[in-house]
Design a protein around this ligand. Sequence first.
Ligand code: 4AD
Ligand code: MG
Length: 430
Amino acid sequence: MKFGKTHYISEITPELQGREVVVAGWVYRKRDLGSVQFLVLRDSTGILQMVAKEGECNEETLQAAKRAGIESSLRAKGIVRQDPRAPGGVELVLKELEVVGPSEDFPIKGKEGPEFLLDHRHLYLRSRRLQAILKIRAEAIKAMHEWFYKNGFIETEAPTIIEQVVEGGATLFELNYFGKKVYLTQSSQLYLEAFITAFEKVYTIQPSFRAEKSRTWRHLTEFWHAEAEMAWADLNDMMDVVEALVKYVAEKVVERRSEELEYLKRRFEPPDGRFPRISYDEALEMAQRKGSKLSWGEDLDTPSERMISLEFETPFFVHRYPRQSRAFYHMPDPKRPEVLLCADLLAPEGKGEIVGGGQRIHDYNLLLERIKEFGLDPSRYTWYLDLRKYGTVPHSGFGLGVERTVAWIAGIRHIKDAIGFPRTPTRTIP
Ligand code: 4AD
Ligand code: MG
């Protein structure tokens, strides 16, 4: 897969001193000293300094090096030379240079603001910063698949076009489906609840959609959602699973992407030990002590979550939120029906919620009652209710926001940078 190149940049080490190699990539930096041309070449694996010097290469190569603009694509043949001053301790003494795709006046020069960079996302993807973050993202997703596989979860897929409200009407994207009103899925949960009757433990990693008008650092209109559902599991089982999964993901990212974390200047230790589990009541009290005006019954808002989350060193669970603050499918606590058997996982350092989940209502009548209480149309939930009619079982599950998790691990401020092409209320291009 090298199409005429013999090495990726990461393979060019000081041990290759004196060897002739062919590399290919894009011009990352350049310095024109007339009779000496320095080019820094970037490929998917790293950067390499290359030098074209009068007397060491032919005139054609020197001219090609001079001509090659920032971000033009090149194929280069040269001799590896050790040089402690160069990145990676080597440079390439150029012999031949082929400009494959010229690039004149690359629009991103390094001082642009965030909106400009978002408008040019298709070009900004090449930045070493986004490369590092997106490699961390890929590693995190890979680790999730691994963890689920190792723990006996079957991967499933849920439809994107659906008829049911899952997380509340306020954030629904409506779609005209041959004259019928349908929605873009807010969560695959209801479908995973069907799959557990076949596979017991299931998961999916796919996009969810929210017509979320609030423009905050942690909201996208399309985000990737890692969701799992387990038959025969209660709220505590669900928290145990989330804890093990999140720890595994953090460990693997640190193990496999330390260079990228370092590039981002992120000092991140995978969390160790049990994640604290506090009740909503305790969390609310903490927030109130710090000045939050929330009263019992309201969901924790972003500022309150932030205040609480700054108090913790590792992720922590907040469980048993008030009945009126959460979606219809949550199981009320039999010992205290005004709260639900649900829990969020909040990341430390002010980040807040990265996972939401809990135990589901598995009783037919109670579920029907809650659907009506929420003003939802029961006829749209017939199949979902059926699951409670034919061999229902206690079950629990959760959804983990991929971008929020990556933002926490990589230490980035806005989740927009945790996905290649972010979707927000004002952005659907590129
Ligand atoms: O808390 P949420 O809304 O829970 C659900 O959707 C459940 N049905 C999941 C389940 O139990 N299967 O969303 C789950 C997670 C949140 O904790 C957050 O990390 C992420 O999804 N999330 C968002 N991420 C980015 N932008 C948004 N607008 C998000 N909304 C939720
Ligand atoms: Mg939530």
